[in-house]
Design a protein around this ligand. Structure first.
Ligand SMILES: Nc1ncnc2c1ncn2[C@@H]1O[C@H](COP(=O)(O)OP(=O)(O)O)[C@@H](O)[C@H]1O
Ligand SMILES: N[C@@H](CCC(=O)OP(=O)(O)O)C(=O)O
Length: 275
């Protein structure tokens, strides 16, 4: 029988999601060597003719660091202003590191209304496909500075968290695989920060109430959503026939091992029957 990770080995179009806790230190400052390693691995994959899309958090985190604020601001207007500073800084950092490996990045900032509107969706898919055809790495984040919470038509509505955003992007670009880099080795049967004897689950083929019971919230003040939003993302990808692998972002080189079929992190197996 074909190994359960065989499809991961054959993935051609891959979305990689990186969270704030992977991109910054506990003190909120940018972790340059981490971003350098990430840029190196992704550049190598692009050289192997894999089609990569990077979904990145960090607009607010990097903005907080750049402005030397004591922590994430509380009000929406301050967060949106800080994100405006952090997002451009973040892109400058990516642009610099990727150019060291001879690659060019292009920024796509999304709001929910864009992908829920037929014409908006069509246009943004064209942008992704064209960037990929041109050998450019699409770097995606939520458009935090303009996104609003209210459910009203004509508004730039929020996704809220980038785990969900990355799954929506994976579906949008018809990816074969979504790799989420977190600050933990994978999905455990309970939150390891609360229960040190928790066990890593290598493969999840169905998200039922038992699995949902295992998921807790964010582990640090820099993270958003914890495992709850990772499961939300997995539901979207699994139902769309896309594999999702959750690994530790401390070592971005692990992305290579995942793509070689190594049993690392947690695989949320695509539900082929759902299609
Ligand atoms: N069942 C679980 N398995 C693994 N981690 C869990 C689980 N439940 C809650 N967590 C918490 O989720 C955190 C990762 O999510 P989060 O803080 O949002 O970081 P990131 O943005 O890097 O993904 C872990 O550090 C852990 O404390
Ligand atoms: N769009 C926000 C990130 C939201 C989010 O989900 O953050 P994270 O848990 O770090 O992936 C930002 O760039 O700050």
């Amino acid at each position: 029988m074909e190994g359960i990770r065989e499809s991961v080995k054959h993935a051609k179009r891959v979305v990689v999601k990186v969270g704030t806790s992977t991109l910054t230190y506990n003190n909120g400052k940018v972790n340059f060597s981490r971003i350098d390693k990430l840029a190196r691995v992704i550049s190598d994959l692009m050289n192997q003719e894999k089609e990569i899309v990077l979904v990145t958090s960090g607009a607010i985190g990097v903005g907080v660091g750049k402005l030397k604020l004591p922590g994430k601001p509380k009000s929406v207007r301050e967060k949106q202003a800080v994100a405006a500073v952090g997002q451009s800084e973040l892109m400058q950092i990516y642009s610099r590191f990727f150019s060291d490996y001879s690659h060019v990045v292009g920024q796509i900032l999304l709001t929910r209304d864009v992908v829920e509107n037929e014409s908006g969706r069509k246009h943004v898919i064209n942008t992704f496909d064209t960037l990929i055809e041109m050998g450019i790495l699409p770097v995606v984040n939520e458009n935090d500075s303009v996104a609003v919470d209210e459910i009203e038509s004509g508004k730039h509505r929020v996704f809220g968290d980038n785990d969900t955003l990355s799954a929506i992007v994976a579906k949008l670009v018809n990816a074969d695989l979504l790799i989420i880099l977190s600050d933990i080795d994978g999905f455990y049967d309970s939150d390891p920060k609360e229960n040190p004897s928790s066990k890593l689950i290598s493969v999840i083929e169905k998200i039922n109430a038992e699995v949902e019971k295992c998921a807790g919230g964010a582990g640090t003040s820099r993270g958003t959503g914890g495992m709850v939003t990772k499961l939300q993302a997995a539901k979207i990808t699994m139902n769309a026939g896309i594999d999702m692998v959750l690994i530790n972002g401390q070592k971005p080189e692990l992305i290579m091992d995942v793509l070689e079929g190594a049993e690392i992190g947690t695989l949320f197996k695509a539900d082929i029957l759902a299609l």
